[in-house]
Design a protein. Sequence first.
Length: 281
Amino acid sequence: MHRLRNLLTAASGPSLYAAGFGSGVANRVLHRFASYTPAGYSPDNVERGVSHTQEICNRWQAALQTVAPGETFAGKRILELGPGHSLGTGLVLLARGATAYTAVDIFPLAYRSPAALYSALARAEGCSPDLVRQARFQLVDFPSLEPLEGTFDVVVSNSTLEHVDDVPATFRALRRRLDAGGFMVHHIDARVHLRLRAFDPLNHLRFGQRIYELMYFKGVPNRLLADDYERAAREAGFGESQVIAGAVASDGYVTRVRPGLAAPFRERDDLQLLCFTQVIR
């Protein structure tokens, strides 16, 4: 396996194009017969679930502190987009002082988590596992978010927006549901969502739109980059948006792959931002 990875790392553009296309089509076929599972670990892996959930909440808080020192989620009514297969982030945020938490998704994955995960999270956060009963979950449509009702102080997401087909319309819907003075914190993974990401994280940008559509299933990244999310926030009427870099591609990698990217991406200035957190106010 290590030797194969080394060979693929040194592979030419056409070879990586072929590898990405083959993997993408295979994934599409697989997801016709298997349910969508966005998390990188089993819901039954309690130890991994606890660390993953706390890491998400800590990342949101760290990003918020970068933009607004002293601001926290305490006392806030929180909406999370795409919580995955647990409401663990809701338990953590409620334990840290949030007054209300609602999660929305197009899949009912949040019901998968075992009680053991909430018990372990509660021990880690020093609260009662019964606190998760205050967390609400609702199935909605994107981008309208219907039939969600009410307004919120904060909107958060983790590795969700890159799967949303119409981010500008989603931001407009969120603008209507965010109270004055509210803010959003979105962690976005703009890399290819295949094992190829380890050595070719921009592999999904090698394909023209018609070819990329052959790989489509719910869960394929929308291929938006940092500047696209910034533009969507401005056009939705938000007053301030800031991107905080997470995983960053090397200059050498970007220079090497740029000629092999599809025309709409080849001259982009934001290719290096592979993962980032967007804070919007």
